[in-house]
Design a protein around this ligand. Structure first.
Ligand SMILES: [Zn+2]
Length: 471
């Protein structure tokens, strides 16, 4: 048998083996599945851990894309997170199905999957709280397993921009839960553009802010962010692509949601939530998707629940291509990190900045926008851009900003500042008591100690194949 034939046979066996059952996989089974999938698809998948849970279970993330193990300039980073509340379990099932669907679609040359993986790097964390999952029972409503191993609600454990410095000092990073520290480190290691965080117990797409300190963000009972129009659009994309969310069904005990969407604060205020943290500190627009009235639906309902959510999960990923993307170059034509890229009328608490590749991504609805780009030693640059609807063709509008040096009186131009001069930025707008904590990205991937498992996964996968051939 030629080596090519043998390879094709192995691929065929692995493809069969990777078909995923509709049931609740244990954490161990999930890990095995992800390892095998990565082993058989090393060209488009990359498995890594963002750190351990309290009891030492790895928080596995599967990245999918044409360059799954590293960022490509111009390709936005997207993420889905599920099972942050250990007893809200549908999200982890749906995200495993989504992984399976995307990989099989790509292997079968299906256009929808090729379009996603050619244009986007998708990171999927199926469980953020594996210890809570282990502790949960199968109840629809009660909250056993909601918290982590220490009984802490992870969606109340993030820094809160509105709670002010005093609370932040009380709850400094060392006191945060292991799972929250892992996510914070993850957000520092990748520049995510768009995200959703999957929960259960309601049927609604909720968007920032969840919190407020009673300032001018409070409008009519909602806590309104500068990107409210974009958030409402994103939430409606999910609810209207979903089988029933847009009807605003209220799961019995809460009030109906118009269009199946809600401002988080307007529904119920909470501090220390993950979606506000993503948006304020990591310039990643995140939604909280409540995808089932029952937190632990019976396993025989899983295929139907997948079909209700499949289209919306894919449509939401596509929204990462809203707006404008590009790079900022300094006076010598070098892409620069930490250039501030602002859009007139949108005073973000932490202004959006370019990443280590000099890139910015700005999700915006179609229209005209005035951009201002500032960088030390350079003239402030203002340009008006006409922004089309990017998701239709899987790419945001591309626009680079070319800065010009400020000439000094001696005729020499100012030296390029070092990163150390401006890696900390104090917020000057919005909330003066909050400090934006910008982190310089390292080539090694920030401060997250990464376990990459592609090599081990390939080995384990081959063992599995050989076993199945022998058996
Ligand atoms: Zn929840």
């Amino acid at each position: 048998m030629s080596s090519l034939l043998l390879f094709l046979l192995l691929l065929f066996v692995l493809t069969l083996a990777s078909t995923l059952e509709f049931r609740y996989h244990t954490n161990r089974e999930m890990e095995q599945y992800l390892l095998q999938l990565t082993a058989s698809n090393p060209d488009i998948t990359h498995l890594y851990s963002i750190g351990p849970s309290v009891t030492g279970q790895q928080l596995w993330v599967l990245a999918l894309g044409l360059s799954p193990s590293r960022h490509t300039v111009g390709i936005p980073e997207f993420k889905y997170v599920a099972n942050m509340h250990g007893n809200e379990v549908l999200g982890r099932v749906l995200l495993l199905q989504l992984i399976d669907d995307l990989v099989r679609g790509y292997r079968n040359n299906e256009t929808w999957s090729l379009q996603v993986l050619n244009s986007t790097r998708v990171h999927i964390l199926p469980t953020m709280n594996p210890d809570g999952f282990d502790a949960s029972n199968t109840d629809c409503m009660y909250s056993q397993g909601r918290g982590n191993y220490n009984g802490i609600d992870l969606n109340r454990n993030f820094p809160d921009a509105f709670a002010g410095l005093r609370r932040q000092q009380q709850l400094d990073e060392e006191k945060r839960e292991a799972e929250v520290r892992a996510v914070i480190g993850w957000l520092r290691s990748e520049s995510f553009v768009l995200s959703a965080n999957l929960h259960g117990g309601a049927l609604v797409a909720s968007y920032p802010y969840d919190s407020s300190n009673g300032g001018k963000e409070l409008v009519g009972g909602a806590s309104i962010s500068p990107d409210d129009d974009v958030f409402i659009h994103l939430a409606k994309v999910y609810s209207h692509s979903h089988g029933s969310m847009h009807r605003g069904y209220h799961c019995g005990d809460s009030r109906p949601f118009q269009d199946g969407v809600t401002n988080g604060y307007q529904w119920y205020p909470l501090t220390g939530g993950m979606q506000d943290y993503n948006y304020v500190w990591a310039q990643c627009l995140e939604l909280t998707l409540e995808i089932s009235c029952c937190k632990f639906p019976p396993a025989n309902q899983l295929p139907a629940l997948w079909m209700e959510n499949r289209k919306s999960l894919l449509a939401f990923i596509q929204q990462v291509h809203l707006g404008v993307k590009g790079r900022v170059f300094d006076g010598s034509g070098v892409p620069v990190q930490n250039a501030v890229v602002e859009v007139k009328g949108r005073s973000n608490m932490c202004p959006f900045r370019t990443d280590q590749h000099g890139e910015y991504y700005r999700l915006l609805l179609p229209g005209n926008y005035s951009f201002t780009v500032t960088y030390p030693g350079h003239k402030v640059l203002t340009e008006t851009l006409n922004v089309p609807h990017g998701p239709d063709h899987y790419s945001a509008m591309k626009h680079d900003f070319m800065l010009r040096l400020i000439p000094t009186t001696t005729g020499r131009t100012q030296a390029r500042p070092t990163n150390a001069n401006h890696n900390q930025a104090n917020i000057t707008k919005g909330n003066p008591s909050t400090t934006c904590n910008y982190t310089i990205h390292l080539d090694s991937g920030g401060d997250v100690s990464r376990c990459t498992w592609t090599g081990l996964g390939v080995g384990l996968g081959l063992v599995a194949v050989l076993r199945s051939l022998i058996g």
